[in-house]
Design a protein around this ligand. Sequence first.
Ligand SMILES: Cc1ncc(C[n+]2csc(CCOP(=O)(O)OP(=O)(O)O)c2C)c(N)n1
Ligand SMILES: CC(=O)[C@@H](O)[C@H](O)COP(=O)(O)O
Ligand SMILES: [Mg+2]
Length: 577
Amino acid sequence: MTALLEGITGPADVRALPADALPDLAEEIRVHLVRHVTRAGGHLGPNLGAVELTIALHRVFDSPHDVLLFDTGHQAYVHKVLTGRAGDFGTLRRAGGLSGYPSAAESPHDVIENSHASTALSYADGVAKAMRLKGSARRVVAVVGDGALTGGMAWEALNNLAGTRHPVVVLLNDNGRSYAPTTGGLAAHLAELRRGRRPTLFEDLGLAYVGPVDGHDVLAVERALRQGARLGRPVVVHCLTRKGEGHRPAEQDLADHLHTVSPGGSGTVPTWTDVFGAEITRIGEDRADVVCLTAAMRGPTGLDGFAHRFPERTFDVGIAEQHAVTSAAGLALGGMHPVVAVYATFLSRAFDQVLLDVALHRLPVTFVLDRAGVTGPDGPSHHGMWDASVLPVVPGLRLAAPRDPARLREALREAVDVHDGPTAVRYPKAKVAGDIPAVRRTGRYDVLREEPGAAGLLVAVGPMAGPCLEAAEELAAHGVRVAVVDPRWIAPLDPELVKLVAAHRLVMAVEDTTTTGALGGRLAQAMAVLGAPTRVGTFALPANFLPHGSREEVLRAHGLDAAGIATTVLKRLEECG
Ligand SMILES: Cc1ncc(C[n+]2csc(CCOP(=O)(O)OP(=O)(O)O)c2C)c(N)n1
Ligand SMILES: CC(=O)[C@@H](O)[C@H](O)COP(=O)(O)O
Ligand SMILES: [Mg+2]
């Protein structure tokens, strides 16, 4: 580590630095970030853009006495460096190592661990109320990006903060982008503020406003923060920054200024996202009624191809999943077939909209859930392990979990051909393996391995098909024969699959999702209703928040690789006698 960084054990060391050392500190931080994030992967662009504002933040406020809240938290690496964790960056996003987001387990300086955007102002509203009730003078600061400000929750919070005497400082980190340039009226308003427009939307709402200031000038940000903090009421301090600042490859990356970088480059094997992107564009050629919606993640969800081909049929609504779902419902009411492409974890935020704005009206909306299952380095708030338990409770919703690229393409086409209710297709953050042919198809399910008189049946959900077939092969070598089927559509229950399960003594559903509400549980419930003696087990993830690590490490840790599945089958067979 470099000279100045070595001396930073906490914010007091940052405050003790003379002003003329701050440019060098900023430079040392950038070198540190580029070195470690390029190797480990993570959020390079956002953190390069937050260097000076975070230095100023820790020189003006006294964390952890003052409460610093980072919205989304992907831009908190500098905060971690300045709170004594620079030396841990060699473990960034690795199992057991530094989280890519704030983590209370790591430091008392870290508060919000949830990486879902647009929450920090609501936390700030609540913390400020608590401080007032406790008679505490601790100040509350929320660092919020302009993208996060396009989320509805942010405006619910501002509506509550406006007009109060809560000493909340909103540090608006305005780089004009989420991944891509931010969209909509707010983006336009912020652009006008950058050009000097007054009064601001914030002042009209009843908040104070300071700025705009150069977010890369530490002393200017310090002055603005001190000015805002003195007001003793909610204030927006508008800082203008550049994502990727100070690192040419990030500055020159026009797509997203290296918002996220993959460890050691991205490689050439296609991902599930690539397969989706190509197929939805082909579907768009065949179906003029198909439109696509994204919540500020057009590129990451694979919609760039569709958007370039059909710009008038592609809608980026900002980080606003709830709005995306109900706007899609509106599009469906208007005769279109909307495809809402989101990461599985982010759909949680719009469950009410899926249930009552879409399904209650039996509207043909298709949800494409990327990053379903264990995602890996982004940790507990990103693992897509809730959708497969939550969506099956939605009446009329059909949920598919394809096992390979061919089945993903098939599921997408089946989904957009459903006209009387919502559909969803889920797949992981992973490179695709080869297609896995079926022996035959019965009803909706595919038989992948037949074993007359098998000791057991594996119901392999989605990408678990590969490891289940490997496990079956391994077991066969030891004289244990298990059959393997792929349900393809995991909700609602396929009557033909229920019949097949009832015809077996031991069935194990293998699923890349949380155990609670998994397919195995629903099959066990069906057996109970039938009075069938079948013992149905669920091999899935524990019903906990799982830490970060690679997808492979986390799956292996929970026995969801071929060896783990084989071991668990043997254990279950022994238990069954
Ligand atoms: C609810 C939700 N949807 C989508 C995302 C994915 N996401 C992570 S960071 C980001 C862009 C955030 O933009 P901004 O708040 O302006 O921060 P910046 O990266 O520009 O510093 C998005 C869309 C998320 N974290 N949460
Ligand atoms: C912070 C955030 O929510 C996203 O940027 C997330 O890190 C997505 O990562 P991947 O696109 O690499 O899965
Ligand atoms: Mg931004």
